[in-house]
Design a protein around this ligand. Structure first.
Ligand SMILES: Cc1cc2nc3c(=O)[nH]c(=O)nc-3n(C[C@H](O)[C@H](O)[C@H](O)COP(=O)(O)OP(=O)(O)OC[C@H]3O[C@@H](n4cnc5c(N)ncnc54)[C@H](O)[C@@H]3O)c2cc1C
Length: 353
């Protein structure tokens, strides 16, 4: 079997790419390991609401219905449903339950080896997401084994956490939100250096101007954007909606960044929740030089030295909004234009031979 372009992953990045491929009339398939579109959102903790306001949480070509637009922040399952509706509305060719296991280069593209056989394609777009593998510091293995440890990706709700003190490690948005929720039922300590906070009024009253600023100015094309990119890769995305003040007012104690096991044990926790981020899982790709965040080195997602291989959905791929729902469409469009441009150039060469 052969198609022009294979997109791997049917999360928001893969679906936005599919939308633009369809608009350009390029033949493609989206391969998704999961059994359902939006599964990565459904698997997140029960009470999770998007931290980006509803008007900045849509993909190209389909805004949220009016019934959603008055809610401010969508629940995670509402957004997962939206992704399913998106694929259906644009009749995107998604094959569920097909995992890509290997990618090899061929004379004119790639052989994509999957759990359901091989496919040949001229182009491959990796949209497998930045959150595949939980990142936990190595010293966690030396912590007293009587303490329950879990990663934020395994957290469900307060009822699933044993009684006693909880140490949440990582003061980014996930850590802050989980600490705040647990403060109602547990004694909670939050460890870590907080990232910058975007105050609510910024989005509420200056939303459009603010979004325009972070989308257009904070990109790898501007000096300030490049500075922000460095800070982003070093210390994570800014807190949106939730603030440390809110977390502290709820009774959560604060602790600086942990330096080792003894530090973690000092607040006598019964449970430790590691909200320490993720790494992508691209172990099945051929060996390629890796850039920031563990992704193959690329220019705006066009992988360097591997013609036809692209990335979409990588944090700060082009700008601060690249890893966000409202920003992924721009990167998808750019990648698809590159694919269309290369096809056009190849056809012109053939026609002039
Ligand atoms: C807790 C949390 C809250 C967030 N909240 C927001 C928010 O409010 N607003 C916002 O803009 N962003 C938010 N984000 C950031 C971002 O929008 C999400 O991480 C989003 O899920 C990323 O979408 P994606 O399509 O890049 O990856 P994913 O949603 O992870 O989708 C990738 C897909 O690829 C599939 N896949 C992976 N490997 C393979 C393979 N080998 N073969 C086939 N399929 C494969 C997976 O099954 C998955 O379905 C949040 C992130 C987290 C962790």
């Amino acid at each position: 079997m052969s198609v022009d372009t294979i997109v791997i992953g049917a999360g928001q990045a893969g679906l936005a790419t599919g939308h633009h491929l369809a608009k350009q009339g390029i033949s493609f398939e989206i391969l998704e390991a999961g059994q359902r579109i939006g599964q990565s959102w459904r698997d997140r903790w029960k009470s999770l609401r998007l931290f980006t306001p509803v008007q900045y949480s849509a993909l190209p070509g389909m805004s949220h219905s009016n019934s959603h637009s008055d809610k401010g922040y969508l629940r995670k399952d509402e957004f997962a449903d939206y992704l399913e509706e998106y694929a259906s509305q644009f009749e995107l060719p998604v094959r569920l339950g097909v995992r890509v296991e290997r990618l090899t280069r061929t004379a004119d593209g790639f052989e994509v080896v999957t759990s359901a056989g091989s496919i040949n394609a001229h182009n491959v777009v990796l949209a497998t997401g930045p959150n595949a593998l939980p990142h936990i510091p190595a010293f966690a293995a030396t912590i007293d084994p009587s303490i329950t440890q879990l990663h934020s990706s395994e957290y469900v709700d307060p009822a699933s956490i044993p009684d006693g003190n909880v140490l949440v490690v990582g003061a980014g948005t996930s850590g802050a939100e989980i600490a705040l929720e647990l403060a109602a039922t547990h004694r909670v300590t939050l460890a870590g250096r907080p990232t910058a906070h975007i105050p609510d009024p910024v989005f509420t009253y200056a939303g459009a101007a603010y979004w325009a600023f972070i989308s257009s100015v904070l990109t790898v094309k501007t000096p300030i954007g490049r500075r922000v990119a460095k800070a982003f890769h070093a210390s994570g995305a800014p807190l949106i909606r939730i603030s440390m003040k809110q977390v502290e007012s709820a009774g959560v104690s604060r602790k600086p960044r942990l330096m080792g096991a003894a530090d973690a044990e000092s607040s006598a926790p019964t449970t430790i929740i590691w909200a320490t981020g993720f790494t992508p899982d691209l172990s099945w790709l051929p060996d390629l030089p890796l850039g920031p965040g563990g992704y193959p080195t690329s220019v705006r997602g066009e992988v360097t030295d591997v013609p036809g291989l692209f990335l979409v959905g990588m944090p700060f791929q082009f700008g601060l909004t690249s890893g966000l729902i409202g920003g992924v469409g721009r990167d998808a469009e750019w990648i698809v234009k590159r694919i269309a441009h290369t096809r056009h150039a190849e056809r012109s060469t053939v026609n002039t031979l």
